[in-house]
Design a protein around this ligand. Structure first.
Ligand code: BGC
Length: 500
């Protein structure tokens, strides 16, 4: 198979080895997704609360039922969100490790750190060990999220790059779904169900660690570290063909330009580094302010708010989890055909309409006490599914894909670390604030998120360039320098890779 990218023709075959590389690396997504899905359920388990947060448990028992203000407790929210602070800091360390050691060892480190986190959490007898476990989980997630999407983007043939990278998001959604089911089962296992939930997190991490021993290092990382022959050999192996010279030359050219840049962070802050940085950071802020994690972390609480019984609400969140997984396939199939912009814009429209509709139904029908009738509750679940579906084929996967493909090699890992840490920071903010915000804003919170979605759509319309089909090492010339807004950041007399 050949891909025409600009003037370049790159040959590639999809070999069993390549498939194994993609699938194994995508276990990083599973690790992250499992954690997103597991924390909310664990922090609602009575056995867990009695052991570590007895005051919260006592309050929960005495609480006067109010639809919008259930379980609002900062300490408990801190348990969910502390992981993201650790991941935020760790992503910068991971960026350094990626540059100095390569993508493969950094993936192995992610797996080891995560396994330590799982062991500490599962056997925790004291609150401080539990928190330490969260911190190790967080560092593991930071390392995995920094490296895995970059790895997938660098090994993918250009014509399938979007689909390959989205394997990461696919595995995130599978992880969330599995976690929901695990919680459903362990909530009946007294008194140690929560230990099982947290300990099972080690499984995807071990798979990732084993995978890292099998996968090939990326050609770009090898060449960047002076291993040119190994880089060529790696490219032949992952492309499954002998004639890799045209593609290899673009990688070498990218690496030579990158070698001139001694301080990637400084380069990133320069004018010609800003367009990519702005896009990477803004996309991540927007992704979180779609409100997706309000649904992912707190789906059972949300559905209880709408009048479902405990079991019914868990079941409804399992349904949304399944929709999340299935809709991601739409993105895998369409992203390299339709392009990134169309998917993001379509996603905005569908998410905005669903959120406004949910808001209108709740504002007009759900008071602080009482519940929705059966028909309206079903409509709300359907609307939540439509919302999750749109997110799953647009802002979910593309906010990992786009930042991994827009930076030139010299700023790639540092730039991507900003994307990862922004994602973690905003996830932290939503996880920490959502229950309190729902208590204060009640159903109007859905209008708050839909206003953000309108802003996101406008941003895509005017500022986001299309990156479909462009080799990552030609991005500056073919994308940024051609864009009506961003080309002003690149002086025409300066080479695409401005010296640091
Ligand atoms: C986001 C997560 C979110 C998940 C839902 C990911 O892309 O980064 O915050 O929970 O999608 O599927």
């Amino acid at each position: 198979m050949t891909a025409t990218a600009g003037n370049e023709v790159f040959e590639s075959k999809i070999t069993a080895y390549v498939l194994a590389c993609w699938i194994l690396a995508a276990f990083g997504g599973l690790m992250f997704g499992y954690d997103i899905g597991i924390s909310g359920g664990v922090s609602g388990m009575d056995d867990f609360l009695i052991k570590f947060f007895p005051a919260v448990y006592a309050k929960k028992k005495k609480a006067v039922e109010n639809n919008y203000c259930k379980f609002d407790n900062q300490m408990l929210q801190l348990f969910t969100s502390s992981l993201y602070m650790a991941a935020l800091v760790a992503s910068f360390g991971a960026s350094k490790a990626c540059n100095l050691l390569g993508r493969r060892p950094t993936i192995l480190m992610a797996s080891v750190l995560f396994v330590i986190g799982a062991a500490l959490s599962a056997f925790a007898e004291h609150k401080w060990i539990l928190i330490l476990g969260r911190i190790f989980f967080g560092i593991g997630v930071g390392f995995g999220n920094e490296t895995v999407p970059l790895f997938l983007t660098e090994v993918a043939p250009v014509q399938h790059r979007g689909a390959v990278n989205i394997l990461f998001q696919l595995m995130i959604t599978v992880g969330i779904f599995i976690a929901n089911i695990v919680n459903y089962v362990t909530s009946e296992m007294h008194p140690h169900g929560w230990r099982v939930s947290l300990g099972v997190a080690a499984i995807p991490a071990v798979m990732l660690g084993l995978g890292s021993l099998v996968i090939s290092e990326t050609p770009a990382s090898l060449v960047e570290r002076g291993k040119v022959d190994q880089g060529r050999a790696a490219l032949k192996k992952i492309r499954g063909v002998d004639n890799v010279e045209p593609e290899f030359e673009t990688i070498v050219a990218g690496c030579e330009a990158a070698a001139q840049v001694k301080k990637p962070l400084k380069k990133l802050m320069k004018k010609s580094g800003q367009p990519q940085l702005i896009i990477a950071v803004v996309l991540q802020v927007f992704q979180q302010f779609t409100g997706i994690n309000a649904i992912m972390f707190y789906a059972p609480v949300l559905f209880q708010t709408m009048g479902f019984k405990a079991n019914g609400s868990l079941l409804s969140s399992i349904i949304t989890g399944l929709v999340n997984v299935l809709a991601t396939f739409v993105s895998i199939y369409t992203v390299d055909k339709l392009g990134r912009r169309k998917l993001l814009l379509q996603g905005c429209i569908q998410m905005c309409i669903s959120q406004v509709a949910i808001g209108v139904i709740l504002v007009t029908n759900l008071k602080a006490t009482g519940s929705l009738d059966k028909t309206l509750s079903t409509v709300v679940v359907i609307l939540v599914c439509l919302y999750v579906m749109a997110f799953a084929w647009s802002w979910g996967p593309l906010c990992w894909l786009i930042p991994s493909e827009i930076f030139p090699l010299e700023t790639r890992t540092a730039g991507f670390a900003f994307a990862v840490s922004t994602n973690m920071l905003c996830t932290f903010i939503i996880a920490q604030a959502f229950l309190s915000m729902m208590c204060g804003m009640q159903a109007y919170i859905f209008f708050f998120f839909s206003a953000w979605i309108v802003a996101m759509g406008l941003f895509v319309l005017f500022f986001l360039p299309e990156t479909k089909g462009v080799p990552i090492d030609l991005m500056v010339e073919k994308v940024w320098k051609q864009h009506p807004v961003w080309r002003k950041f690149f002086r025409s007399d300066v080479r695409s890779y401005e010296m640091a």
